[in-house]
Design a protein around this ligand. Structure first.
Ligand SMILES: Nc1nc2c(ncn2[C@@H]2O[C@H](COP(=O)(O)OP(=O)(O)OP(=O)(O)O)[C@@H](O)[C@H]2O)c(=O)[nH]1
Ligand SMILES: [Mg+2]
Length: 457
């Protein structure tokens, strides 16, 4: 990985838009842009850092676009290198042309995530912050974005460092005892070490305790909309999305394949999946659709079981009701607008269950359904200001390894195994902790993390 050349990329989407940004980073960032830019009354080299300068980009004397340019001199930039950003009009043609001119001046096209990779390699960000940048770019809800922003501030990095300090302090006591064994054979710091080991394990367990929830909040809670044909699953999907996404007809069996769409409800992201209605059928395509429905239902965080409140229950409904897992299911009684009484006559069949009466057609009761969905998702707790959560699988895996090394060290200490064994466990714990923040992460893994970034970030 070279760090001494100058990289450039378009940092905004290639779609006609108000503004577009081209980003250049490296020792030649300013000289590369200098010949292309006229404005500000003086050379770019001589302009102040972090100040927007108005001017024009020109190509061989021909004016191309009116722009704002900012120079951010090292080390006070995202990459800690000299950075120039050109804000032009967001036309894909203009963006590509300016990038071509910049590359012609000697910059190299940046790879995916290369700006962030430079920030990491120059020590500006640790790996948890790198991953937070990616989470923020992909954040689809207020609470998910908040979790990512906390991580970008370095909260997780700080928490891991605290555990590391604790482990280092134990390791130094142990290593000292190996180098300068005490007269009597007993390891005098045993109780002290045990106490510190317990503290470090408790801190790590605390960080890990919300990992699954953190992931749900980041990626969105998966919600399966299931029911027999024609009860209004697709209509409900459209109502919750506030767009006509799925085909709705009076013909039972309209939806053949699952459709997933995301929606934000009260600050949380939900991934709603409309499914093929469950019934007995000889139709090959529908049978496959129903198999997929069952799969979606079994793997979902939450299930909306939809029943038609204006009709009698059918065998398919009863069979779905009998399979309900109450803690993750909300029963939705749809078509309230077509009902005659206050409740469906069969209401007792679902008594004691979390149920809500709605009309996907008139939207009556849909606010209440959204509140119930939010409440069910929030049941396991939401991130609080003073909490730090591990949110991704890579961090979770490494933290579990660190924890198991701590358990092994503790066991060894209790069994009075030799200090050498203890030292090995502590080193492997430190190695796993280092992996979380990117100190001991392999190049392959780093390459993989950065390759998942977008170009220009
Ligand atoms: N009156 C009334 N009709 C509704 C309501 N919700 C859905 N419908 C109607 O019920 C019919 C079936 O709706 P869909 O949303 O296609 O039902 P589905 O459960 O997706 O059906 P499949 O895809 O066949 O499994 C359509 O004619 C809808 O207009 C409602 O709240 N009130
Ligand atoms: Mg449907």
């Amino acid at each position: 990985m070279r760090l001494d050349d100058t990289i450039a990329a378009i940092a905004t989407p290639l779609q006609p838009s108000g503004l577009g940004v081209i980003r250049i980073s490296g020792p030649q960032a300013v000289p590369v842009v200098e010949p292309l830019f006229k404005g500000g009354g003086k050379e770019l080299q001589k302009t102040e850092t972090h100040k927007l300068i108005h001017g024009w980009i020109h190509d061989d004397g021909k004016l191309l676009d009116q722009v704002l340019v900012v120079v951010m001199r090292a080390p006070h930039s995202f990459t800690t290198e000299d950075v120039v950003e050109i804000q032009c009009h967001g036309s894909p043609f203009i963006l590509r042309t300016i990038l071509t001119l910049v590359l012609r001046q000697g910059a190299r096209l940046a790879k995916a995530g290369e700006f962030t990779q430079r920030a990491f390699l120059h020590g500006r960000l640790d790996l948890t912050q790198v991953e937070a940048v990616s989470d923020l770019i992909h954040a689809s809800s207020e609470i998910g974005a908040k979790l990512a922003a906390q991580q970008l501030c370095g909260k997780l990095f700080h928490a891991i460092n605290q555990v590391k300090k604790q482990v280092v302090s134990i390791a130094s006591l142990v290593e000292a005892n190996i180098e300068f064994p005490e007269e009597d054979t007993e390891f005098t710091h045993r109780d002290d070490c045990l106490q510190r080991l317990n503290q470090a394990s408790a801190d790590l367990e605390n960080l890990l305790s919300h990992a699954d929830r953190g992931r749900q909040i980041r990626d969105g809670f998966s919600v399966a909309l299931i029911g027999r044909p024609n009860v209004g699953k697709s209509s409900l999907l459209n109502t919750l999305l506030r767009e006509q996404r799925a085909i709705v007809t009076t013909i039972p069996g309209t939806t053949r394949d699952s459709i997933e769409e995301s929606v934000q409800i009260q600050g949380l992201a939900f991934r709603l999946t409309d499914t093929a209605g469950i019934r007995k059928t000889e139709d090959l395509i529908e049978t496959e659709g129903i198999r997929r429905t069952q799969n979606v239902r079994d793997n979902a965080d939450l299930v909306l079981l939809i029943l038609d409140a204006s009709e009698k229950l059918m065998d398919e409904d009863l069979s779905l009701i009998s399979e309900i897992e109450q803690e993750r299911t909300i029963v939705v009684l749809n078509k309230k607008d077509r009902m005659t009484g206050k409740r469906p006559i069969w209401h007792k069949e679902i008594s004691g269950m979390d149920a809500v009466l709605i009309s996907a057609k008139t939207e009556d009761g849909c606010d209440e359904l959204e509140s119930r969905l939010f409440a069910k998702a929030a049941l396991g707790g939401l991130p609080q200001e003073d909490q730090t959560w591990i949110t991704n699988r890579r961090q979770q895996h490494a933290a579990k390894q660190a924890l198991s090394a701590l358990f092994s060290a503790r066991e060894g200490l209790i069994q009075s195994n030799g200090e050498e064994f203890l030292a090995v466990d502590l080193r492997s714990c430190l190695n796993a902790l280092g992996e979380i923040v990117g100190e001991t992460t392999t190049d392959d893994l780093l390459g993989q993390i950065f390759s998942e970034f977008c170009i220009g970030k």
